[in-house]
Ligand binder design. Structure first.
Ligand SMILES: [Zn+2]
Ligand SMILES: [Zn+2]
Ligand SMILES: [Zn+2]
Ligand SMILES: [Zn+2]
Length: 336
């Protein structure tokens, strides 16, 4: 009897042990890079930015953009800045850079947005711009009017079949004129900016747009900066994707539209020229300069939303992929 009972036990226990072993194997351990992401990310925006990283005296990490933002916020409120984690004082002298974290982040892998392959962050930019076989490129005859755009690995076949180089001078003239008109317009914009930089009241501010979701029935994604002071007035910049289109995630072409709002009560009208440039903390390096103007007044407190001219759709996605969008805004007051 005893022997049987022992046998019974072993036969009963065996499957239990096997099961436990299987569960142990199936339990997913987060990958090292995912665990490191959580450790090395900025304590404010939770992003892994490829900018300088600062730390408070207790070691809490902040990306350069959030760090300068905290310092600027504190200055606006006329208070001392504090670490958002431990509330210790932070300042240009109390914080230092953390080079080890900066280097560790540049070694962490990230996906190429075109081909999906993994690269270290330090190599990814070069891959995306110059070596990815799936990176979008234009036809080399685009200046002759060819509008083909496709992955790099299809370029050779397209170029061998492209009809544009065989067209006559007369046929390609309209395309050349269009390009020239575009260039002339840009030069005109830049010239007027240079002219206006001589005006008395010129201000700039590095802004950080943070994403929010409205609590309407259909939640909408929008971006807003915190208040900033320029030209002795308070301002906010708002942004939306594709004019608040219902499902921006379902369309390929994404446009970022920007609005400037004045928060100081005006008693008289105030004409402002404004434009955005990438600034020191932006993830985009170049963008077309669009000069906008608007007459603010007691009733006119916000400009319409206008599209930001980024170089291409990939640049827009790069901006949207980051937790915050950074720009420098320049405001110029037109003298009366
Ligand atoms: Zn940050
Ligand atoms: Zn801290
Ligand atoms: Zn790639
Ligand atoms: Zn072509």
């Amino acid at each position: 009897m005893e022997e049987i009972s022992i046998d019974d036990k072993t036969t009963e226990e065996e499957p239990v042990i096997k099961k436990a072993k299987c569960v142990g194997e199936e339990r997913k351990v987060p990958r090292l890079e995912d665990r490191l992401n959580g450790i090395l990310c900025c304590a404010v925006c939770l992003d892994l930015p490829s900018t300088q990283i600062f730390q408070c005296s207790f070691g809490h990490l902040m990306c350069a953009s959030c760090y300068t933002h905290l310092l600027a916020d504190a200055r606006l409120k006329d208070e001392g800045a504090t670490c958002p984690n431990c509330r210790c004082d932070i300042s240009k002298t109390a914080c230092c850079r953390n080079l080890a974290v900066e280097k560790a982040i540049s070694e962490l892998p990230d996906d190429c947005p075109h081909c999906g392959q993994k690269f270290s962050r330090s190599e990814l930019d070069h891959h995306v711009r110059s070596t990815c076989a799936d990176r979008p490129v234009e036809c080399k005859y685009s200046q002759l009017g060819c509008s083909w755009c496709g992955p790099w690995h299809e370029l050779e076949v397209h170029v061998s079949e492209c009809p544009h180089p065989k067209k006559s001078g007369e046929d390609i003239l309209p395309a050349l004129q269009l390009i020239e008109r575009d260039k002339d317009q840009q030069i005109e914009v830049l010239n007027s900016i240079v002219r206006m930089l001589s005006y008395e009241s010129v201000s700039f501010c590095d802004i950080q747009l943070r994403p929010f979701r409205s609590e309407d029935f259909l939640t909408k994604l929008f971006y807003e900066s915190s208040r900033f002071t320029a030209l002795e007035k308070q301002w906010v910049v708002k942004a939306n994707v594709n004019d608040n289109q219902k499902y921006p995630e379902r369309v390929i072409n994404r446009r970022l539209c920007i609005q400037l709002v004045i928060k100081t009560k005006l008693t008289a009208s105030l004409t402002i020229y404004y434009f955005l440039i990438p600034g020191p903390h932006s993830s985009v390096k170049t963008m077309k300069t669009d000069l906008r103007n608007f007459e603010f007044g007691p009733e006119a407190v916000e400009t319409p939303f206008t599209e930001l001219s980024l170089v291409d759709n990939a640049e827009t996605n790069k901006l949207l992929a980051a937790k915050t969008i950074n720009f420098r805004i320049v405001l110029i007051q037109v003298p009366k």
